[in-house]
Design a protein. Structure first.
Ligand SMILES: [Ca+2]
Length: 151
């Protein structure tokens, strides 16, 4: 029996306050605790994140058999994981400048299809964005693009 578990974590941790220009890195972890290969079939909904932040490091998997494909705010993760193996998909977003955001909440929810399972509360993260106390007239209009992380 395959036994696939899915979880989402973030750096900084869910519940943290973040600010303009700050990077948030998300990690989706799939663990196959069963004794047969397990299929990954998940959708990560970024729509409540990308109104406030831009993807600055595109999703990448640490194993060849799992493929993340992002189409705007929808990240589809599919593939297979060997028994006893773990796959991680990571990506980063950077919070936009003050005045260029939506609701100042980064709510990120992973929704697995039938074959994978989220432990309750383990597949969603949220971050609140605090406005800067002092606004500077020299604030740049655009958030700088960070270089793509190398493996
Ligand atoms: Ca939002």
């Amino acid at each position: 029996m395959p036994g696939l578990g899915a979880a989402k974590s973030s750096d900084p941790v869910s519940g943290s306050n973040v600010k303009a220009g700050q990077k948030v890195t998300y990690t989706l972890t799939y663990t196959n605790t069963g004794d047969a290969p397990a299929n990954v079939d998940s959708t990560d909904d970024l729509s409540a994140v990308l109104d406030d932040a831009d993807v600055t490091t595109e999703p990448a998997s640490d194993v060849d058999t799992v493929t993340p494909v992002r189409d705007k705010s929808s990240l589809r993760i599919t593939g297979a994981i060997a028994p006893g193996a773990t796959a991680k998909v990571t990506y980063s977003v950077t919070v936009r400048a003050d005045g260029e955001r939506g609701d100042n909440l980064l709510d990120n929810v992973l929704t697995p299809d039938d074959s994978d399972a989220c432990l309750p509360g383990n597949c969603a993260t949220d971050h609140k964005i605090g406005e800067l106390e002092m606004r500077k007239s020299s604030d740049p209009l655009r958030v700088p693009r960070w270089p793509r992380a190398t493996k």
